[in-house]
Design a binder for this molecule. Structure first.
Ligand code: CA
Length: 522
C-alpha cells in the first residue's frame, strides 16, 4: 500500500473504533463498532450456540441475561413466532444442545401471551426425560408453574404409549434435582391405560411392573453374573444407559454394539476401544464403521455434526476428557467419524461460485465455544469451513487476525488434524476487513466471502468490513456477497443490515452450510 492510498482511503473509510458516520452502530465487547443484529437473528444465535461458555470478553451470566432481555422483547412483540423458532431449531436437531431451546421455551411459558403456545409445544421440544427435567428446572427458575404448564407436563406422560413411557422412565431417571416422581406429583397425570398406571406405580416405587423393560431395568440393579447381564442385553428391551457402569464389561459391550444407536456409538468409541471390543479388523469394528458410514441413519438420527466433531477429537487424542481411560485410536474408525461428520450436515448443494473462506484466528477465537469441551471457536470455524470446501468446486481458505495467514486446510484432511492446526496461531488483535483487503490487494476475484468470526472487530484503521466490501465491489465490478457466520451469541455483527448482499447466519447450526450455499446461489 502507498501513502497516497492511505490518505485517499481515510476520506471514505472509517476506523473500526468509530461508528460509520450517519449509521446506527453499537460498540462490541472489544471496543470496536459493529452493526446490531436483528433480534430474531440474535434469538437464533442463542438457540444454536447458547451462552454457557461465555465469550472471551463477556461472562456466561452477562451474555445469558442479555439474551433473556432480547427473548422477552420478542415475546412481547410476537410470542407465536418465538415458540415457532424454538420448535424449528429443536425438532430439526440444528443445535448441538437442546438446552437453549428448553430455556427459551420456559421463558415463553412464564409469559402471559406465550403461555398457551409454549405449553402446546412442550412435547415437541422436550422429547426425552432429560429434556423434561431441564425444562422443569428452568420453569421453576422463572416461576412458570401455572395450570397450563402442569397440564402440559401431564400430557407428556399421558400422550406417550406405555412402551415408550416405560423406556423413558427407566432410561432417564433424574437430572437437575428433578425426577419423574417429582413431576408426577406436580402434574398428577391421569393414567389412560392400566399399563400407564403400572408405570406411575413403578416410578413411585410401588408394585411389580408388568412391562419387560422395567423388569429388566430392576433386574440390572441386583446381583448378576456377566452372562445374565448379556442375556438381558440380548433380550433387547434395555439401553446401554440402563446398565450400571460397573456391569458394562467387555462381553456386555460386545452384546450391546449391534444394538447401539448412532449417537451412543459415537459417544462410546473410546471406551469400546479401551476395553478391546473395538480392535483392528474386528467384527465389532466393522459393525461400528458401517453404522458411522450410513449417511441415511446419521441424518435420520439427527446426529449433530458438532457431537461427531467432539467425539472425533476425543477419540484421536487417545484418552477421555475425564477419567483414566486410554486407547489406541483405530484409523478406520477415525476415517468413518469424518464421513459421519459430513453426512450429519445432510446434502449441501454447491453454489459453484468463487468462494473465499475467511476464518478469524484472533485471540478471542481461541476461546472455548462450548461448555465442557476443548473445542475453540477457531476449531469449530475450521470444521464448518471444511464442509463448504468439500462441496464447492472453487474455494480458497485463509486465516486472519490483524493480517492474513495462510491456511493449509483441505477436504480429505483428518478433522482432528485441521482442528489441531488452529491451535498454532498466536492470537492477536482483530480486523474483520482483512480478507476483503487482501483480495483487493492481490486482485483475487471473489463472488462469496464466507467470514467466520465472533464479530469482535476493532483493530482496523482503514474501514469497516462493510465499507471495504463496497469498495471491493467498485474496484472489481463483482457484486460480491459476504456471509457472516457468527460464532457467539452476542448482538454484534459486521454485516450491514442495509446491504442486501451481506447475510448473518448463526454459528454451528447443522443447517449453516446449506444456508450459506442458498445465499451464494441467489
Ligand atoms: Ca478477536
Amino acid at each position: 500500500m502507498r501513502y497516497s492510498d492511505i490518505h485517499r482511503r481515510r476520506n471514505t473509510l472509517t476506523p473500526q473504533s468509530q461508528a460509520i458516520p450517519g449509521r446506527a452502530m453499537i460498540p462490541n465487547a472489544a471496543g470496536g463498532y459493529t452493526f446490531q443484529v436483528d433480534p430474531w437473528m440474535q434469538l437464533r444465535r442463542f438457540l444454536v450456540t447458547g451462552t454457557l461458555a461465555g465469550t472471551y470478553y463477556t461472562s456466561a451470566q452477562k451474555l445469558t441475561l442479555d439474551n433473556v432481555e432480547v427473548v422477552r422483547e420478542l415475546l412481547d412483540r410476537d410470542p407465536e413466532r418465538v415458540v415457532n423458532e424454538v420448535v424449528a431449531v429443536s425438532t430439526a436437531g440444528r443445535a448441538p444442545s437442546n438446552d437453549p431451546a428448553l430455556y427459551v421455551l420456559a421463558l415463553a411459558a412464564a409469559h402471559p401471551a406465550a403461555r398457551r403456545r409454549a405449553a402446546d409445544a412442550l412435547p415437541q421440544v422436550a422429547r426425552i426425560g432429560t429434556h423434561l427435567f431441564h425444562f422443569a428446572e428452568f420453569a421453576e427458575a422463572f416461576r412458570g408453574w401455572g395450570r397450563l404448564l402442569r397440564e402440559a407436563v401431564a400430557g407428556w406422560y399421558v400422550n406417550q404409549s406405555a412402551g415408550d413411557l416405560a423406556y423413558q422412565a427407566a432410561k432417564y431417571r433424574q437430572r437437575d434435582g428433578w425426577s419423574h416422581r417429582d413431576l408426577l406429583r406436580l402434574a398428577h397425570p391421569a393414567a389412560p391405560t392400566a399399563e400407564h398406571a403400572g408405570i406411575y406405580d413403578w416410578i413411585c416405587g410401588r408394585g411389580t411392573p408388568s412391562l419387560e423393560v422395567l423388569r429388566d431395568a430392576d433386574a440390572l440393579a441386583g446381583e448378576l453374573t456377566e452372562r445374565q447381564v448379556v442375556k438381558i442385553v440380548e433380550r433387547g428391551h434395555v439401553s446401554w444407559e440402563m446398565i450400571p457402569s460397573e456391569k458394562r464389561t467387555a462381553s456386555v459391550w460386545k452384546a450391546l454394539v449391534p444394538r447401539l444407536p448412532v449417537t451412543a456409538t459415537v459417544r462410546n468409541l473410546g471406551a469400546l476401544t479401551a476395553n478391546g471390543v473395538l480392535k483392528p479388523l474386528g467384527q465389532a469394528t466393522a459393525q461400528v464403521v458401517a453404522r458411522l458410514r450410513d449417511a441415511d441413519a446419521i441424518r435420520k438420527a439427527r446426529v449433530h455434526p458438532l457431537a461427531v466433531l467432539l467425539a472425533s477429537g476425543t477419540y484421536a487424542t487417545s484418552h477421555g476428557q475425564r477419567g483414566s481411560l486410554s486407547w489406541q485410536p483405530i484409523p478406520e474408525v477415525l476415517a468413518a467419524l469424518d464421513e459421519a461428520f459430513y453426512a450429519a450436515f445432510g446434502n449441501v448443494v454447491p453454489m459453484g461460485k468463487r468462494v473465499l473462506l475467511a476464518i478469524d484466528v484472533s485471540g478471542s477465537m481461541s476461546y472455548t465455544s462450548l461448555p465442557g469441551t476443548n473445542l475453540s471457536c477457531r476449531a469449530v470455524a475450521a470444521a464448518l469451513a471444511l464442509v463448504t470446501a468439500r462441496v464447492e468446486p472453487r474455494w480458497h481458505a485463509i486465516g486472519y487476525d490483524t493480517e492474513k495467514w495462510d491456511l493449509p486446510i483441505a477436504p480429505g484432511m483428518r478433522l482432528a488434524e485441521a482442528v489441531e492446526l488452529f491451535n498454532r496461531f498466536p492470537g492477536r488483535g482483530t480486523d474483520c476487513a482483512v480478507p476483503v483487503e487482501w483480495a483487493l490487494e492481490h486482485r483475487v476475484e471473489v463472488d462469496v466471502f464466507v467470514n467466520l468470526t465472533d464479530n469482535e472487530t476493532w483493530a482496523g484503521l482503514h474501514g469497516h468490513p462493510a465499507e471495504v466490501l463496497r469498495r471491493y465491489r467498485e474496484k472489481t465490478g463483482i457484486a460480491s456477497r459476504m456471509v457472516v457466520v457468527g460464532l457467539t451469541a452476542t448482538q454484534c455483527s459486521i454485516a450491514d443490515p442495509d446491504d442486501p448482499l451481506m447475510l448473518d447466519v448463526a454459528g454451528f447450526d447443522a443447517a449453516t452450510p446449506e444456508v450459506i450455499s442458498e445465499f451464494g446461489r441467489l
